[in-house]
Every structure is written in C-alpha cells, then in structure tokens.
Design a protein around this ligand. Sequence first.
Ligand code: AMP
Length: 221
Amino acid sequence: MQAAPTVLIMGPPGAGKGTQAGQLAEAFKLRYVATGDLLRTAVANATSLGVEAKGFMDAGDLVPDELVIALIRELASQLPSDAGLLLDGFPRTREQAVALNDMLHELGRRVDIAIDIQVPSEVLVERLSGRWICSSCQTPYNVNSKPPVKDGVCDRDGCELYQRDDDTEQAVRNRLAVYAQQTKPVANYYLDQKVLVTLDGNQPPDQVRSHLFSAMRSRSS
Ligand code: AMP
C-alpha cells in the first residue's frame, strides 16, 4: 500500500459503508469523501448539480456518470499528494471506475484496496426502510434494531430525526436493483486488479470493523 493510500468502500445501500468508513478514515487518517453526502448537500443548497441530481436520487436511480465523475475530478485535483483518500459510494459503474483509474494515474496514485461489504438483500430492505438519521449530527438509528430512546429525537444532541427521501420501500427496492445491475459488477474490475477484499457485513458492526481493520493492516505491512 502506498504511503498516502487510496481506499474504496463498496457494497449495497444499507451495508453499513458510512458507519465503517467514518471509523476507518479516523483510524487510518484518510480524507473521507462520500458522493452520496456531497450530492445531498448539493440538493439541500439547490446548486445546479443538486437540481439536476435530485430526481434521480429520490427515485433511487444513479445520478448520470458525467456529473459524478466531474465532482470527483474536482476533489481529486485539490487533494494534497501526501493525503490518504477514502471514497465511499464511488465508483458505482464501470465507466466511473475507468475514469477514476485515469484520474489517479495522472496523480501518480492507484486504488490500493477496494473493500466490498456484502449483506443479503432481505436484511438490507429491513435496515434501510427502518433507518432514521439525525438532522444535525447524522447519527443513524433503526426503528427495528437501534431505536432512539425518545421517538423521533437524537439521543446525542436532541435534534429531530428524518428519513431520507430514498429510504422509502419503493426507492429502496429500486436502489438494490440498480446496485445489482450496475454496481456489483464493478467489484470484478478490482478483482482483476487484485485489490478487492470482500467482507461479510451481516454481523455486528464491531466485528465488521475488526475484519476491515485487519484487512487494511495486512495490506499496509
Ligand atoms: P448513498 O448515500 O451512497 O446511498 O447515495 C445516495 C444516492 O446518491 C444514490 O442512490 C444515487 O442516486 C446518488 N449517488 C451517490 N453516489 C453516486 C455515484 N457514484 N454515481 C451515481 N449516483 C450516485
């Protein structure tokens, strides 16, 4: 692994990428970039990107490649050469993976490790349709498995919880279908590059984290 590694975290919606990625970024001092978060901010601020992206996102479809690739290209161009990078939710299509490869090549970098967190679909539907998020600190809750102490209110800061527009059951099913069709095959791209690590995400988050950290350490040594 390079001194300033480039790490990808992949897997279906609801696999726990965000939770794991936050801890990974902190422990391994990686700059964390989640395209979903960037796009949601663009939508909230009604930027031209946000206005274009919103309809696709609400329906659970992918935002067109050229928009997302341009977003990552801009970020990559501003990345200090000694900064490690953790990408969450990108690439999601083969075109994005090829574009990322070219961008990194220009910067003298490459993908060092692509982590694919796997979870069965029926578990994902339950996780996502029960998910509520703090409107302020973004802490995730689940009405089935990790409810807040007080309904609709964040335990940490008392702010209101909200459900993402694309966490409705219909959008969730579409997101899973889109993932199976367009994103799952991207793992093969990284398998061919011999950087793919597959983890079982259908276990408690602490166990997933422990396997994830071991995989990172074994690549670093
Ligand atoms: P996420 O928070 O990663 O689940 O992303 C939420 C939504 O943002 C997705 O369902 C897509 O509509 C959009 N999105 C995020 N990342 C990408 C990407 N790499 N390519 C296309 N659309 C994306």
